[in-house]
Design a protein around this ligand. Structure first.
Ligand SMILES: NC(=O)c1ccc[n+]([C@@H]2O[C@H](COP(=O)([O-])OP(=O)(O)OC[C@H]3O[C@@H](n4cnc5c(N)ncnc54)[C@H](O)[C@@H]3O)[C@@H](O)[C@H]2O)c1
Ligand SMILES: [Zn+2]
Ligand SMILES: [Zn+2]
Length: 361
């Protein structure tokens, strides 16, 4: 049996998204059908709509979601109808060279559903990040469902499925922030603010938020920044140094994705410190640095995909910390909206008015 449900698609490059009827198959072997309860609007959905990620239109958007398993296919173990899950885009294979070397967060062959969701005329949909959750129901690989404590609210838990995990993990996993470290975060949107929260959780004693928008700096302070810098008015590198005894921060996390902010991250870092690149650049961008500085200053330059997370390890733990009151993820939910309001949410995101708009069903 197939299910006809409302879903939000991007039909072509730059076209406004539309709410239409999509057809979701019953789960086959290794698959799960999920009733979506909430799905955050992430910058990556907008990148899809603008053709920045691929040309496999139409895309079924939405990928930052939580819901309840409705049915599972043959051979699925450890997942039953009624389970509360966060959807992930890193269902690791366990068999590629990275998984076999014990580094599954770099898995090169992650799982998605084998069957396709379609429009009612049979047109095959490409689900964003293999999820497609701006829809009442979606079909995923069973490994894309991570069970977490059902006491968490879906609109909050779902955020761990993408942007918030990317920021938390940039600090906790990739940057390996430790107790007493100084950390600077450049770009305090949803991802940067989550990095600030991650730095606080890890015990950083100085946390500097840098942005060109004072509204974002207010959010940064609420989420744990000890100091903030408006880099439209003040030189970011000098200001970071003066807040860290003239040295620069132990870890600088770049969450904008531009060459000039990458340079600020590089020079705002202490000798032998770590730069973590989280912001996604566009294909034409290049970064030029004196090689002697790259060599001579030592330390590490790392990029961070999905916060180097392992969903089954990290989602339940972070949900529990949230429920204990140690991770105020609810602060990221600027508004909840209906499934027909995704286009309006993109506009608010571009105007910088929200950390996250979350579609609830
Ligand atoms: N690596 C990953 O796994 C991953 C996952 C999700 C998102 N991202 C990327 O992270 C980046 C941030 O995402 P987001 O959802 O927080 O976006 P956002 O639009 O909410 O935040 C971006 C922030 O950067 C600020 N900014 C813009 N130009 C700046 C400048 N020159 N100096 C300082 N601040 C500046 C903006 O004011 C805004 O607060 C995006 O590039 C997104 O694609 C990466
Ligand atoms: Zn693998
Ligand atoms: Zn995302």
């Amino acid at each position: 049996m197939a299910h006809e449900v409302p879903g939000v698609i991007a039909r072509g490059k730059g076209a406004q998204v539309e709410l239409t009827t999509i057809v979701v198959p019953d789960p086959g072997p290794g698959e799960a059908l999920v009733k979506v309860q909430a799905c955050g609007v992430c910058h990556t959905d907008l990148h899809y709509r603008e053709g920045g990620i691929g040309a496999d239109f139409p895309y079924l958007l939405g990928h930052e979601a939580a819901g309840v398993v409705e049915a599972v296919g043959e051979g699925v173990t450890g997942l039953t109808p009624g389970d509360f899950v966060i959807l992930n885009w890193r269902a690791v294979c366990g068999q590629c060279r990275s998984c076999r070397r014990g580094r599954p967060w770099y898995c090169f062959s992650t799982h998605n559903a084998a069957q396709k969701m379609t429009l009612t005329d049979g047109t095959v949909l490409s689900p964003a990040l293999g999820i497609g959750a701006f829809a009442e129901k979606t079909l995923v690989a069973a490994g894309q469902c991570t069970k977490v404590n059902p006491q968490a609210k879906p609109e909050v838990a779902g955020l761990l499925g993408c942007g918030v995990m990317a920021g938390l993990g940039a600090a906790l996993n990739t940057g390996e922030v430790g107790r007493g470290d100084s950390v600077a975060v450049i770009g305090c949107g949803g991802v940067g603010c989550a990095a600030i929260l991650g730095a606080r959780l890890a015990g950083a004693s100085t946390i500097i938020g840098v942005d060109i928008d004072d509204r974002k700096l207010d959010w940064a302070r609420k989420l744990g920044a000890t100091d903030t810098i408006n880099s439209a008015k003040t030189d970011a590198i000098e200001a970071i140094k003066s807040l860290t005894g003239g040295n620069g921060a132990d870890v600088v996390i770049e969450a904008v994705g531009r060459p000039e902010t990458c340079k600020q991250a590089f020079y705002g870092r202490d000798l032998a410190g770590t730069v973590v690149l989280v912001g996604v650049p566009t294909p034409e961008m290049t970064l030029e640095l004196p090689l002697l500085d790259v060599f001579g200053r030592g330390g590490r330059l790392k990029s961070s995909w999905y916060g180097d997370c392992l969903p089954d390890r990290d989602f339940p733990m972070l949900t529990d910390l949230h429920l204990q009151g140690r991770l105020p993820l609810e602060a990221f939910v600027s508004e909840t909206i209906g499934v027909g309001e995704v286009e309006a949410a993109f506009a608010k995101m571009q105007r910088g008015e929200v950390l996250r708009s979350v579609v609830v069903f």
